[in-house]
Design a protein around this ligand. Structure first.
Ligand SMILES: NC(=O)c1ccc[n+]([C@@H]2O[C@H](COP(=O)([O-])OP(=O)(O)OC[C@H]3O[C@@H](n4cnc5c(N)ncnc54)[C@H](OP(=O)(O)O)[C@@H]3O)[C@@H](O)[C@H]2O)c1
Length: 260
């Protein structure tokens, strides 16, 4: 049930909120896939809560917000649980239809993610960002999602998290930190999908494909990816199709399931 809003439109702190529009909260929305998610959801008329670690420095996100009254920016580092709890408390009266956990890091260049070179301090930070952060977000925002109409929690995972797809190929890179953290969150969200089903909440484990972003360049695959626009169009379609039947599935941007 949506929380009551008396006016058709509420203008608060510069955020023009359509009472009948759905709300999405996106992490890491200052660049790459997250910025494009914010752009497309804003264009679709959603109420967008676009979060980033450093909003004051995020010119592209600020520019997007200046063009869309339905997009509001909030500061959030997903590896900081105090910040997550503070934002959840600030948004207590805001139902969130889609909680979109997009923020993620690679954890360093591929050659420092090989055996003999593993930086275990970096590994901790990668886990905090890619696996623990989305679990903490789900916990902190569960009631916000449960109070919404659509009731969806999603994580942007990676096809590199598939155990089945780890096989020799000319393009194969170990990427231990990245792969392990993404496989961990796949399991976390798969288990979450069962636990929250009684509340009518669906969970998406969404791989965006190979996408031309800073992360892809750092991974050494620059120039091989699709545009953020093409990937995000598919991701949003998968969120639309998310429901009790598809909850907990590992789905690529094109709608195909990824083998675990
Ligand atoms: N590009 C691909 O081919 C590909 C493939 C599979 C999965 N993915 C996943 O897609 C998601 C988005 O990545 P991208 O490709 O768009 O890469 P990107 O351009 O490097 O963007 C990563 C985003 O995550 C944010 N971020 C990093 N650590 C954060 C933290 N602790 N708290 C909040 N935000 C944080 C970054 O913010 P800052 O600017 O503050 O660093 C940035 O906005 C990631 O989860 C990634 O693993 C990407």
């Amino acid at each position: 049930m949506r929380f009551p809003l008396v006016a058709a439109t509420v203008v608060a702190m510069g955020w023009s909120v359509a009472a009948d529009a759905a709300t999405v909260l996106i992490t890491g929305s200052n660049r790459g896939i997250g910025l494009e998610l914010a752009r497309q959801y804003a264009d679709l008329g959603w109420n967008v809560i676009a979060t980033s670690r450093t909003p004051d420095d995020d010119i592209d996100l600020q520019t997007l917000a200046s063009k869309h009254g339905n997009l509001r920016i909030e500061a959030l580092d997903v590896s900081d649980h105090d910040q997550i709890e503070a934002l959840a408390a600030k948004l207590t009266d805001t139902p969130i239809d889609v909680l979109m956990n997009n923020a993620g890091i690679l954890g360093g260049e591929p050659d420092v993610q090989t055996i003999g070179n593993i930086d275990f301090q970096s590994m901790e930070q990668v886990y905090k960002t890619n696996a623990i952060g989305p679990m903490k977000m789900a916990e902190a925002f569960l009631e916000h999602v449960a109070a919404s109409d659509q009731k969806k929690i999603a994580v942007i995972t990676s096809g590199t998290a598939s155990l089945t797809n780890v096989r020799p190929s000319p393009f194969y890179k170990a990427l231990y930190l990245y792969r392990m953290s993404k496989t961990a969150i796949n399991m976390g969200y798969r288990a979450l999908s069962l636990e929250v089903a009684p509340q009518g909440i669906s969970v998406g484990i969404l791989a965006p494909g190979v996408v031309e972003t800073r992360l892809l360049q750092q991974a050494g695959y620059g120039g091989m990816g699709m545009t953020t626009e093409d990937s995000v169009t598919g991701v949003i379609r998968n969120v639309e199709n998310l429901g009790p039947e598809t909850s907990g599935q590992y789905i690529l941007h094109n709608g195909k399931t990824v083998p675990w």
